[in-house]
Design a protein around this ligand. Structure first.
Ligand SMILES: Nc1ncnc2c1ncn2[C@@H]1O[C@H](COP(=O)(O)OP(=O)(O)OP(=O)(O)O)[C@@H](O)[C@H]1O
Ligand code: SF4
Ligand SMILES: [Mg+2]
Length: 367
């Protein structure tokens, strides 16, 4: 082979290698930027008489790998229905998923069989509930229940499962783990019981953990410890977490992004720090005013006058209009949509923040 053709030969090899490296890099970026869970236009209704009334009405959001996402809203806004749908646990009847997708690792779960759900639930997507006593069986010991959770989803021997039990209890910050295996739930404090629940939910290293009001029943100090524990687990295991609460203060502690729900819809979503600093939706502003004073002042807490409307009672206008101090004519007759405010994913459903067509400025639409 002459000198020139050898050079061309090396150049071609070099270009092929560069191309291969580039392709690999692109694949890496795509994989990591793909959300682990994507809820797309989800609508969940419950039957009341002959009608189906929407408790969750067309919500869409993404949970990225390793992130902690907060869902906040008052009682009845559809937080639990969203999480139950994500676990395949909507009671049917009276409930049904009317439309939308729940895409976990690229696969839509809305139409899978109960048998397939059992492979995912508790294994890949796990949940912790508000009140551990409703999920822990008072008749069985902690060790017994934890072992069952482990052996249900793995092929570990009894001895291996027992070791995993102790490992899990230590992971959730229970120091004398061996000692509590024989204890029954009522022998533990509320905070300890919640730690056991978290250990059970983490038994199979789930990719997604949904925590529905995990600290509401606990006092403030224990609440802070459980939140710190969840943050720690997220860091150690890279588990993505959806934290559901009615308290924006809790969201501020550990979440990166937040979704604000009202009457079955998302009214604002985006970066936590940004929304806490400068909330755009009147409902978010009201929730923020209701956060207890962190310095512990014993002043009476603000609460937004009125209550969340029951599903199906508002068919026209903004669902928050009856309680909104900033409502104006348009709000009672037209329905606001969720509109992107900036490129960072901040979205708001309010006519006060409608983005004027063809402009990148926010305009205050008043009449
Ligand atoms: N099993 C059910 N049967 C009928 N309606 C239901 C059922 N579960 C929920 N709903 C309806 O869905 C609405 C939203 O309920 P959801 O439990 O999701 O609220 P939430 O935001 O979790 O409130 P909370 O903060 O009190 O837990 C309720 O107002 C109720 O009307
Ligand atoms: S659209 Fe109107 S009623 Fe609804 S939140 Fe905005 S200002 Fe208030
Ligand atoms: Mg709930």
């Amino acid at each position: 082979m002459c000198h020139n053709s050898l050079n061309i030969y090396y150049i071609i090899i070099f270009l092929v290698l560069v191309n291969l490296i580039k392709t690999n890099e692109q694949v890496g970026v795509n994989v990591s930027s793909e959300p682990i869970l994507r809820i797309n236009d989800l609508k969940v209704s419950f039957q009341s008489g002959k009608k189906f009334l929407p408790a969750v009405d067309g919500i869409s959001f993404e949970l990225k790998e390793g992130e902690i996402l907060g869902i906040v809203g008052e009682s009845g806004s559809g937080k639990s229905v969203t999480s139950l749908a994500t676990m395949g646990l909507i009671p049917s009847p009276p409930g049904k998923i009317e439309k939308g997708e729940i895409v976990f690792e690229g696969n839509d779960l809305t139409n899978i069989s109960e048998k397939e759900w059992r492979k995912i639930r508790g294994n890949q997507i796990s949940m912790i509930f508000q009140e551990p006593m409703t999920s822990l069986n008072p008749l069985f010991s902690i060790g017994n229940q934890l072992m069952e959770a482990i052996r249900l989803h793995t092929s570990l021997t009894k001895k291996q499962a027992q070791m995993r039990c102790i490992e899990l209890l230590k992971l959730v910050g229970i120091p004398r783990a061996e000692g509590i295996l024989k204890d029954h739930p009522h022998q533990l404090s509320g905070g300890m019981r919640q730690r056991v629940m978290i250990a059970m939910a983490m038994a199979c290293n789930p990719k997604v953990l949904i925590a529905d009001e995990p600290t509401t029943a606990l006092d403030v100090t224990i609440q802070a410890q459980i939140l710190a524990l969840m943050k720690d687990l997220n860091k150690k295991t890279n588990t993505s977490i959806i934290l559901i609460t009615h308290d924006l203060g809790v969201v501020a502690e550990i979440c990166e992004r937040v979704i604000v729900m009202y009457a079955g819809q998302i009214v604002e979503q985006g970066d936590v720090r940004k929304i806490l600093k400068d909330p755009q939706h009147p409902y978010t502003k009201g929730l923020l005013k209701s956060v207890p004073d962190l310095r512990g002042k014993k002043e009476r807490l603000y609460s937004i006058p009125g209550a969340v409307p029951t599903p199906g009672t508002i068919d026209k206008g903004c669902r928050f209009a009856a309680r909104c101090a900033e409502a104006f004519g348009q709000c009672k007759v037209e329905t606001p949509t969720l509109i992107s405010q900036e490129k960072d994913g901040h979205e708001v459903r309010c006519f006060l923040h409608t983005l004027k067509e063809g402009s990148d400025q926010h305009v205050r639409v008043t009449s």
